[in-house]
Design a protein around this ligand. Sequence first.
Ligand SMILES: [Zn+2]
Length: 358
Amino acid sequence: MFHHFHDERKHYKGQGSISMSDFEAILMFVGLDRILDPKEWLKRLGANQLTNRDVCITLDDGLLCQFDVVLPVLDKYNLKAFWFVYSSVFEGGLGKFEIYRVFRSKFFKDIDDFYNIFFDKIFQSKFGNNARKVLEETDMVRYSKTFPFYSTNDMRFRLIRDRVLSREEFEIIMDAIIQDQGLNLADLSKNIWMSNENLAYLNRQGHVIGLHSYSHPMMLAELPFERQQEEYQKNYEHIQRVCGRPPVDMAHPANSYNDSTLKILSQLGVECGFKSNMFPRDDPVRDTTNKHTKKAGGRSVPVGDNDKLTRHGCDRVATCLVRDDPSQLNKSKYEIAREDHANIMRMMTRPVRGTTGN
Ligand SMILES: [Zn+2]
């Protein structure tokens, strides 16, 4: 599962972004011969013939950096991928989370400079007291064990964003900070997303475009059935219009879905759905909301299964894997687990057990 890429010219290096050579190295590490064409993946999934060795490449969010940086590498090795897109940004909408990401990485030499402005703004606002309380009450040691790659400020930022503020409140604060810097959202959004022409081109070249909702809600599972249906119906119609064929594949935005979502996907004739990475899987920040999701029929795995899943995630190298215990990781054809590129990169730098001589 891939998201952000950077290059020397157009696409900024941001948190978690990788370069063309990083991507190429991942492909080599995974093994070119294992990577299935998405159409072959779908065929084998339908025939129940996928094996633990089979992997595929998935790219989320319709980002232009993927088209510019990844596509030349895929072409070089004659590979095809799944591209999961949310349609609102192809129709003039602004995916604010992505814009904020560009703002943070492009306009601050050091991400901590951004965090300092953000924290000042929060602590001076009506959310200040609640923010202090949440930061004091959170077990940061546990959090950092789950996400060892987050800095203290990364964790504080996520705690405030996800536990203190609603999405609207977070956007109001961020929009105000952007305005304070003399910038605007429309300018910041340039070069973030692909165009319909890009999508049509990918489709013509044999890549497979898939659903990822219309507006990319972060908590889709909390939306009522009709709203979820609208999200996927509009997304479906957009892809069908641009690619001239109905999408049969999807990835859950922000890994949020419940039984209603799965029913909607089935009604749309979707054949294959991907969820997020397997490890690290549980975000302590989202634990409270997960309880919520469970109540609504969500499919989040109980925290007690963490060790088992973690072990699975570390032992195997894959972008998407059909595991030997599908009841744990791939509960259904709409819940196929994916490995995040960051985890694969960590495996690449870790010495292989038994071969280091110590
Ligand atoms: Zn996404």
